[in-house]
Design a protein around this ligand. Structure first.
Ligand code: PFF
Length: 439
C-alpha cells in the first residue's frame, strides 16, 4: 500500500467536509422544517443544539480520525485495541453505504430534471410528471447508475486529485449558484410571505418535538455518526486546527441552508403554493413554479431552473463522494485492496441496494417493510437509528475510551469541551432517539 494521501491544506479539508455536509438535506428539508416549527424561534434552537450537541460529536469524529490517521475500523482498533468495539464499528462503515444507495436514486432524479430543464423546460401537471418518472423502471435506473458512476469516478481519482479537486471547484460554484437563485427569488412579487415564513419567530410552535427535530436535522445536515467526518479528518494534516475546521464546516452548512431557504420559500409563496418537504418540494412544487414563470418569461424560467437543478446535482455529488469514500477507505486500509478494486466493489454493492430502492417506487412498490417501501425503510432506518447509534458510538470512543491527555491535546487544551463530549452530547442523542421512537 502506498503512502496515505492527505488534503493539501486546512482550507481544502473544510471545503471537503462542507461538501459532505451541504446536500439535499439543506435544500429539501431545512427550509420546510424552519417554517413549520416557528421560524426564527426554530433557528435559534437549531443553533443552540448545534453548538451544544452536534459540534461536540463532530469534534469526536475529527479527533478520532486525525489522531489515528485511519478511517473508521482502523481508528477504533487503535483507540480500543483487542475490544469487540471494532466489530461494532463495521455498522458505521455500512451505514453511509446504505444512505448512498437511496441518496443516489434522488441524485439520479436530479440529473433527469437537470436534463429536462436544459432541453425541454417544464409543462403540464408536475406532480404527475414526477410520479411517472419515479415509478418507471429503466429511466430512473439509468440516471441513478450515471449518478453513482460519476461519484465512483471522482473517488477513484483519489483524495487529492479526485475529492479535493472536485470540492475546491464545486463548493464556490455551489454558493454562487444558490445565491443567484435566492436573489432572483427574492425579487418576485409576493416573495415577502416566504421571508416571513422563514424568519417570523413564533414561540407557540416550539414543543419538545421541535428540539428533537432540530437535533435530527442538524445530525443529518452535518453528516454525523456515519464516519464521513472521521474519514475526511483522517486525511487532515497534524497541524490543522480541529475546532476551527469544525466551526468552519458547521458555519458553511448553516449559511447554505439559510440561503437555500431564501431561494425556495419566497418563490413558493410568490406562486401561491403550499410549501412541503421531501422529494415533492424539489420535483413537484418547484417545477410547477417554473411552469408558471415560463408563461411570463420562458427564457428566465429556463435559466433559473437549469441553475437550480445544477445546484442540486452538484450538492448531492459532494455529499455522495464522502459516503463512498468511507467504504473505499475501509477496503484499502483493512483488506489491502487497490483503490480501483475497492471502488468497483462498493459500486457493485451500492448499485444493487440502490436499484431495489429505485424500483420500490414502481414494480416493487408492493414490498412493504414496517409500512414503508424499500426506499423509505432504508431512509428511516438510517436517520432514526443507525446515525444515532454511530454518533453515540463515536462520543463513547472519544470521550470514554481515548487517552484523556491525547484527547485534550487534540482539542488544543480546551477542557470544557470534554464535558460536552462525555455528558451533554450522549444525553442529547438519547433524547432525540427516544423522542423519535415514542412521539
Ligand atoms: N449531509 C447531507 C445532506 O444534508 O444532504 C447528507 C449526508 C451526507 C448524510 C453524508 C450522511 C452522510 F454520510
Amino acid at each position: 500500500m502506498g503512502k496515505r494521501e492527505n488534503f493539501t491544506s486546512q482550507r481544502a479539508a473544510i471545503l471537503a467536509m462542507a461538501g459532505s455536509a451541504i446536500g439535499l438535506g439543506n435544500i429539501w428539508r431545512f427550509p420546510y422544517i424552519v417554517g413549520q416549527n416557528g421560524g426564527a424561534a426554530f433557528i435559534l434552537i437549531y443553533i443552540i443544539c448545534g453548538l451544544l450537541i452536534s459540534l461536540p460529536i463532530f469534534l469526536c469524529e475529527s479527533v478520532l480520525g486525525r489522531s489515528t490517521q485511519s478511517s473508521t475500523f482502523g481508528a477504533v482498533e487503535k483507540v480500543a485495541p483487542d475490544s469487540p468495539l471494532k466489530w461494532m464499528s463495521l455498522i458505521t462503515v455500512i451505514t453511509p453505504l446504505i444512505i448512498l444507495s437511496f441518496y443516489s436514486v434522488v441524485g439520479g432524479w436530479s440529473i433527469d430534471y437537470f436534463v429536462q430543464s436544459l432541453f425541454n423546460g417544464f409543462e403540464g401537471n408536475t406532480a404527475d410528471t414526477f410520479a411517472t418518472l419515479s415509478s418507471a423502471v429503466w429511466k430512473p435506473l439509468l440516471t441513478f447508475t450515471i449518478f453513482l458512476g460519476i461519484t465512483a469516478l471522482i473517488v477513484i481519482a483519489g483524495v487529492k486529485s479526485g475529492i479535493e479537486r472536485f470540492n475546491n471547484i464545486s463548493m464556490p460554484v455551489l454558493f454562487i449558484l444558490i445565491l443567484v437563485v435566492a436573489l432572483y427569488s427574492l425579487t418576485l412579487p409576493g416573495s415577502e410571505a416566504g421571508v416571513e415564513y422563514l424568519l417570523k419567530p413564533d414561540f407557540s410552535k416550539v414543543t419538545p418535538e421541535t428540539v428533537a427535530d432540530a437535533l435530527g436535522q442538524s445530525f443529518f445536515s452535518l453528516s454525523l455518526g456515519v464516519g464521513t467526518i472521521l474519514t475526511y479528518s483522517s486525511y487532515m494534516k497534524r497541524d490543522s486546527k480541529l475546532i476551527a475546521s469544525s466551526l468552519g464546516t458547521a458555519g458553511f452548512d448553516f449559511l447554505f441552508a439559510m440561503i437555500a431557504g431564501f431561494a425556495i420559500m419566497p418563490a413558493v409563496f410568490a406562486a401561491g403554493i403550499e410549501p412541503g418537504a421531501g422529494p415533492g418540494l424539489i420535483f413537484e412544487t418547484l417545477p410547477s413554479i417554473f411552469v408558471q414563470m415560463g408563461a411570463i418569461s420562458p427564457i428566465l424560467s429556463r435559466i433559473v431552473s437549469v441553475l437550480f437543478f445544477l445546484t442540486i446535482v452538484v450538492a448531492a455529488l459532494t455529499s455522495s463522494i464522502s459516503m463512498f469514500e468511507v467504504g473505499v477507505a475501509y477496503l484499502v486500509e483493512q483488506k489491502h485492496l487497490s483503490r480501483r478494486a475497492s471502488v468497483a466493489l462498493i459500486f457493485a454493492g451500492t448499485w444493487m441496494v440502490g436499484a431495489l430502492c429505485s424500483l420500490s417506487f414502481g414494480p416493487l412498490s408492493n414490498i412493504r417493510l414496517f409500512g414503508d417501501n424499500i426506499f423509505g425503510f432504508f431512509d428511516s432506518l438510517t436517520a432514526n437509528f443507525l446515525m444515532m447509534f454511530g454518533s453515540l458510538f463515536f462520543t463513547y470512543l472519544a470521550g470514554w475510551k481515548m487517552d484523556r491527555s491525547k484527547l485534550l491535546a487534540e482539542l488544543g487544551g480546551k477542557r470544557v469541551i470534554l464535558f460536552f463530549i462525555k455528558y451533554i452530547a450522549p444525553v442529547g442523542i438519547l433524547v432525540i432517539f427516544f423522542t423519535n421512537l415514542f412521539v
